[in-house]
Design a protein around this ligand. Structure first.
Ligand code: BT5
Length: 322
């Protein structure tokens, strides 16, 4: 109901929408309309109410509530169900719980703030309130287990496209899960999965994007390696717009990945956005540290590096430095 009221107000920018018009199109009483307007005002929307004229939207807060995200979202799978929390430990945790309880594919879990946002291998992910996109998607691709990890690379393409579009500055993919601007990390992906036998039961695709974080607000340990969309673009960006743009870029790529049975047909586009290949790199893997030149990725998203003695080595998972 609130989403529809908001939509009606936004369809008449700068103009009043009469209480009567709202009552008629929503089929509810004037008191009910007023109650919803009051709730929107309490949430931070500035809505002017004038007797005999109606309601006029003056400004909207930068929210990532379901009401904001739905307004103008054009996807048909991702974000059809939205679960919003003001604060949470980690959106990946709630998404996993919902997935285990049968949540539909495409369910989006999003929070204004994470108390225990996490990266890979138990690392922390800085997730302050009102300034980032901290979200997780529940996916149920019918693919063999071996293809699950490739969703991270598919998502990286969508993010590179979306973040470039939003800032007007070229974003680059650092294998496997980082999106960078000018060597600094703006976004990370954390894919977690639940599988039985050889079949994926569900994937939880966690995405963290620094949106309106001033450079000086990053903690000292990441200040020199992190950046935000605002720092890159020079002006703040509405977080709901960031979410919508990412979902709209990801949906067709995700459908292609499922239809084609893997990441192979998207490999060339990944390479076009990547900033890893061609560099001399240090790869920290669970088995140890490897140094060499990043040559290519194969159709499974595995990184191929050339060692100093000319031999080739495949790397399945690592932290890369160059
Ligand atoms: C990642 O891990 O890059 C995955 C980040 C995923 C975050 C999302 S937010 C929604 C969902 N819910 C969660 O709890 N997580 C996901 P990794 O490659 O391991 O990088 C972690 C490292 O990045 C840390 O050790 C820091 O050095 C650095 N870091 C932490 N917070 C950062 C931030 N906000 N921006 C840039 N770098 C950060």
């Amino acid at each position: 109901m609130q989403a529809t009221i908001l939509q009606m107000l936004r369809e008449q920018p700068g103009d009043f929408v009469s209480g009567e018009t709202m009552c008629n199109s929503l089929g509810v009483s004037r008191t009910a309309i007023w109650k919803h307007i009051k709730e929107l005002q309490d949430a931070g929307y500035q809505i002017e109410a004038v007797r005999n004229r109606g309601y006029r939207l003056q400004s909207s807060p930068d929210l990532v509530t379901a009401v904001e995200l739905r307004d103008g979202l054009s996807t048909t799978l991702l974000g059809q169900s939205i679960v919003y929390r003001e604060t949470i430990d980690s959106t990946n945790n709630l998404a996993r719980e919902l997935a285990n309880n049968g949540a539909i594919e495409g369910t989006l879990v999003i929070a204004d703030e994470q108390q225990q946002g996490r990266g890979r291998r138990g690392r922390d992910w800085f997730s302050p309130p009102q300034s980032g996109v901290w979200m997780s998607l529940i996916l149920r691709p019918e693919l063999p287990l071996a293809h699950a990890a490739q969703i991270t690379l598919v998502t990286a393409i969508a993010l590179a496209r979306a973040l470039t579009r939003l800032t007007g500055v070229q974003a680059g993919i650092k294998w496997p899960n980082d999106i960078l601007f000018n060597q600094k990390k703006c976004c990370g992906i954390l894919t977690e999965m639940h599988a039985e036998f050889d079949q994926i039961h569900h994937l939880v695709l966690g995405i963290g994007i620094n949106v309106n974080i001033p450079q000086a607000d990053f903690p000292a340990d990441i200040e020199h390696i992190a950046t935000s969309l605002q720092a890159v673009k020079g002006t703040p960006i509405a977080r709901a717009k960031v979410v919508q743009t990412v979902l709209e870029e990801l949906e067709p790529l995700y459908r292609q990945y499922v239809a084609d049975g893997g990441f192979g047909t998207l490999r060339e586009e990944w390479k076009a956005h990547n900033i890893t290949l061609g560099n001399n790199i240090i790869a920290h893997t669970a088995q140890g540290t490897i140094e060499g030149r990043a040559l290519d990725i194969d159709e499974f998203g595995v990184l191929l590096i050339e060692l100093p003695d000319g031999a080739h080595k495949k790397i399945y998972s690592a932290d890369i430095m160059f």
